[in-house]
Design a protein around this ligand. Sequence first.
Ligand SMILES: [Ca+2]
Ligand SMILES: [Ca+2]
Length: 137
Amino acid sequence: MRIRPKVGLTRTSIIAAAVGAATLMVTAVPAESAPLRNRCIQGGPSMMGGEGCFESYGDVFNADDWVSNGRRIVVKWETDYGDRGTCHDAGGEAGPGNYCNANLRESGRVRIQVVERNGAEGPDYYPGPWSSWWSID
Ligand SMILES: [Ca+2]
Ligand SMILES: [Ca+2]
């Protein structure tokens, strides 16, 4: 497999890499192809306020605010073994949002919910549904 650039991957190429990875030995997959299992869900007004994602490689959560409306996007996460946390993006429409690292058990599962929040500790608005349980490994 050729070495892929770290940035600039199209969704199609990621999917193609994922399909390829399933048929190759793990050692044949270069580290640059890591973001294969990024999973995302939306929340906020009409589910268009922003997005939360989980990338199992490195246990990274992403919160991306899509609307500059004075409220941040908060990704709430919890594991099936009792850990929980949040990832916030108060950056409005511009930019890819905020990335939050966690250190999760590879044997566990995680799910996320996206809400809008007025300030870091304010009330939640427009909560989206919880995602299904996603494998962490
Ligand atoms: Ca917002
Ligand atoms: Ca944004």
